[in-house]
Design a protein around this ligand. Sequence first.
Ligand SMILES: C[S@@+](CC[C@H](N)C(=O)[O-])C[C@H]1O[C@@H](n2cnc3c(N)ncnc32)[C@H](O)[C@@H]1O
Length: 391
Amino acid sequence: MTPGARLQAAIEVLDQIIAGMPAEKALTTWSRKSRFAGSKDRAAVRDHVFSALRCWRSHQALGGSETGRGLILGGLRDAGIDPDTLFNGEGHAPQPLNDQERNGTTPVLSRAVRLDLPDWIWPAFEQSLGDDVEQAAQALRHRAPVHLRVNVQRASLAKMQKELAAEGIETQPHAAAETALEITEGARKLRNSKAYQNGLVELQDAASQAVVEALPLRDGMRVLDYCAGGGGKSLAMAARAKIELFAHDANFARMKDLPERAKRAGSKVQQLETGDIAKHAPFDLVLCDVPCSGSGSWRRAPEGKWALTAEKLAKTQDIQAEILRQTADLIAPGGTLAYATCSMLNSENQDQVAAFIQERPEWRMQSSHSWRVHNGTDGFFVAVLTREVAG
Ligand SMILES: C[S@@+](CC[C@H](N)C(=O)[O-])C[C@H]1O[C@@H](n2cnc3c(N)ncnc32)[C@H](O)[C@@H]1O
C-alpha cells in the first residue's frame, strides 16, 4: 500500500469508530477484508488510527470536521506535513482537498483542545499535576514506550538483552525498575522471540514493575492480588519472592490467561472466586490494583480518555473506597495493604488513602510513590499501608 492508501484506510476505520464501533473491532474488521495489506501496512494504519484517538480534539479542530477525513487531515497539519502531498487521489489515496478544507481559517485552540483533554477533567489534572500538567497531557498525545519485565529469578537483564538482540530486538535498561528493559528497536518481533515464548520476559510497563518493587514481599508470605485482571502484577510478585500467591478478580474471566502465563513463567497461582476468599484469609499482604480512570495509561488505551465522565469517575472512586474497606478485613495483624492505581489524579490516589485512614485510624501509611507519564513510564500510584498490632 502507498502512504496515501494507508491514510485512506485509516480514514475508513475512523469513520467506523465514529459510527460507534470499538477501535480494536474496527481495525480487525478492516484487516479481515484487506487481505492485500502486509504487516507493515497494518501496523501503519493502526498507528494512524491510534494517533487520531489520542489527539481527537486537536486533530478534529485542525482538520475542520469530526470525520475520519477531518481527523487524518488535522493529524498531517499537526505533524507539519503538507496534506497536498498525500491527499492526491492517486493509488487509493484520499481525494484532493476541497476549497473549504484548503481555505478554512486556522483555529485558535484552547489549552484543553491543544493538549487533547476533555474540558471537565482539566481542573483535576491541573490540581493533581501542578506545574507538570502540560508535559503530562502532551505525553498522553504520543505513543507509549514498550517495556519488558525480565524474570530475574531465571535470567539476568544483560543475558536477556544479548538473546533479544540476536533476534533483532534492541533494548536498554529502564531506570524506573531494576527488572525493566525498554525496547528501542524491533518491538514487533517480540511475540515470536524465544525469550518471550519461554516466559523469561513479559510485556509490562516499568512503573507497573516499580509498584511491585515497592512492596515488602518476603519468602513464605501469603499474598492476595485482589484485582488481578490478566495477572501482570501477580506474576511480577511471584518472581520477587517465594510466596504463596492467590489471585482474585470480580470479573473472574479476566484471569483466563493467568494459568497459562504462570506456567510459562514457572510460577504457581491459586485463583479464587469471590465467595472463596474468606476461607483463605488472613493474608500477609493484599495488593489492590483497583479499577480507576486509567489516566496514567491513556496513551495505550486512548478511547478511555474520551469515554470517562465525571459521573463514571465518581462511581469508580466509590468502588475504590469499598475495595479498601473489604480487603482491610482480610489482612493478618501487622500485615500489609497495598493500594495501586494507573491514575495521576489525586482524587483516586492520596485523597482516597487519606479518607481510608481517617475511617480506619489503626492503619498507617508506610510509603507512597507516584510515577508520571512524562517521565518515561505509565502514570501510576502506590501506597503501602500497615495495621498497627494492638499491644
Ligand atoms: C487495573 S485492573 C487490574 C490490572 C492487573 N492487576 C494487572 O496488573 O494487569 C483492575 C481490575 O479490577 C477488577 N475489579 C473491578 N471491581 C472490582 C472489585 N470490586 N473487586 C475486585 N476486582 C474488581 C476489574 O475487573 C479489573 O480487572
